[in-house]
Design a protein around this ligand. Structure first.
Ligand SMILES: Cc1cc2nc3c(=O)[nH]c(=O)nc-3n(C[C@H](O)[C@H](O)[C@H](O)COP(=O)(O)OP(=O)(O)OC[C@H]3O[C@@H](n4cnc5c(N)ncnc54)[C@H](O)[C@@H]3O)c2cc1C
Length: 363
């Protein structure tokens, strides 16, 4: 292609990252978004950047992603990942630490009582295994979404995409509420909307969609550090909790690793499912995070789209010149995923790690 004309469906973090990389590589890009950029699964004020992953390939991938976040920080002239670090508590910490120690570029060590007090002073006394990843931390989601949106400029089109189909002679037809356009290729990173658009292009993606809630709490006092948290210890009555701080440390968003089951059309199977998760999160905060006021100050309700091989699973499917990405826990990997989605449509091949058969991010 000379100066290819590429469509991107979805202005969440992944679509915006892909658009940014496509533009960097000289493409002309149209990003179709039905709502506000970042209002879907990318909503809220923070996400965790961590290197710790069950799939060792994903640890290496996170190292590359971390470098790419630094490049974005230089380009956008602002910090995007806080320096407070990422904590992981639970029985997997020692083996995970050994895996992290084998890689260059990850500053990780045992999290003893002194480190826990220094990095996460709102945490109750904890004596089990833990690790601190000093090169992880809370991602400033709003800043990065707005920086990438500004970079896309008038390439962003507010419209609902009804279908994205491969054209017989090559290229992609994007049919929207307000029209129909042909492009040389398309990237679909539409979050919850990806599965339906893929089905319309003849693909069946094994995505499980569920509902999720994250609850935010304010610290009781001004605080100098709020590292992110992954707690699988069970020491505080829950064996799967995560948390990340707002960029100004004015609140800490806490959620369960579990989602609430829904029917295929999105209907809640248990009407009080999300409310029950909120109550469990508040109870956890009272036990584990006494430095937070347990009255919630904010909520993020959204969809979680998981692949069957693990919570961190991600893959790309293609139909002609269209690439469809699906997975979960993608925020931290967005710069790397954006680069690979751009490579998929410009170079015509899905990178090996992201092919579905690679089961990347396997638990
Ligand atoms: C509460 C919560 C906490 C999380 N914590 C972490 C974390 O700590 N670390 C981490 O790495 N990840 C985390 N994740 C996961 C991460 O946020 C998501 O994987 C990521 O944001 C997905 O981005 P995306 O761009 O693929 O999708 P989205 O952000 O959902 O973007 C898709 C966009 O496509 C648009 N769209 C959909 N269909 C159409 C259509 N037909 N036409 C036009 N536009 C359309 C939507 O409006 C949306 O804006 C978390 C997710 C949640 C919900």
């Amino acid at each position: 292609m000379g100066s290819p004309d590429i469509a991107v469906v979805g202005a969440g973090i992944v679509g915006l990252a892909a658009a940014h990389e496509l533009r960097r590589r000289g493409a002309s890009v149209t990003v179709y978004e039905s709502g506000q950029p970042g209002h879907g699964q990318s909503a809220g004020s923070s996400r965790i950047f961590r290197h710790a992953h069950a799939d060792p390939r994903m640890i290496d991938y996170a190292v590359e992603s971390r470098k790419a976040w630094r490049r974005w920080e230089d380009e956008f002239g602002a910090p995007l990942i806080a320096a407070d670090g990422a904590l992981a508590l639970g029985p997997v910490a020692p083996s995970m630490l050994a895996a992290l120690a084998e890689r260059e570029g990850i500053e990780a060590s045992v999290a003893d009582a002194r480190i826990l007090e220094e990095r996460l002073p709102v945490l109750a006394a904890y004596e089990g295994p833990g690790l601190v990843d000093r090169s992880g931390g809370s991602i400033d989601t709003i800043r990065v979404i707005s920086s990438l949106t500004s970079a896309v400029g008038d390439g962003l089109v507010g419209d609902v995409v009804l279908s994205v189909c491969p054209l017989a002679g090559g290229g992609a037809e994007v049919r929207t509420a307000n029209g129909c356009r042909s492009h040389d290729a398309a990237v679909v990173a539409a979050g919850r909307g990806t599965q339906a658009l893929a089905r319309g292009a003849g693909l069946s993606l094994p995505v499980e969609t569920r509902a999720h809630v994250r609850v935010s709490f304010a610290p009781r006092a001004l605080i100098g550090s709020l590292a992110t948290l992954q707690d699988t210890s069970g020491a505080f009555g829950e064996a799967g909790v995560y948390a990340a701080a707002y960029p100004d440390r004015s609140a800490y968003g806490v959620g369960l690793a579990e989602d609430v089951p829904t029917a295929e059309d999105g209907a809640m199977l248990a009407p009080d499912g999300l409310a029950a998760h909120v109550e469990r999160v508040i109870a956890y905060v009272k036990r584990a995070l006494p430095g937070l006021d347990p009255d919630p100050v904010g909520y993020v309700h959204c969809w979680a789209t998981r692949l069957p091989w693990g919570d961190d699973g991600v893959a790309v499917w293609t139909a002609g010149d269209i690439a469809f990405l699906a997975g979960h826990n993608l925020f931290k990997h967005a710069p790397a995923l954006g680069r690979e989605l751009a490579a998929t449509v410009l170079d015509g091949e899905v990178p090996a790690l992201l092919r579905p058969e690679a089961r990347f991010g396997q638990a």
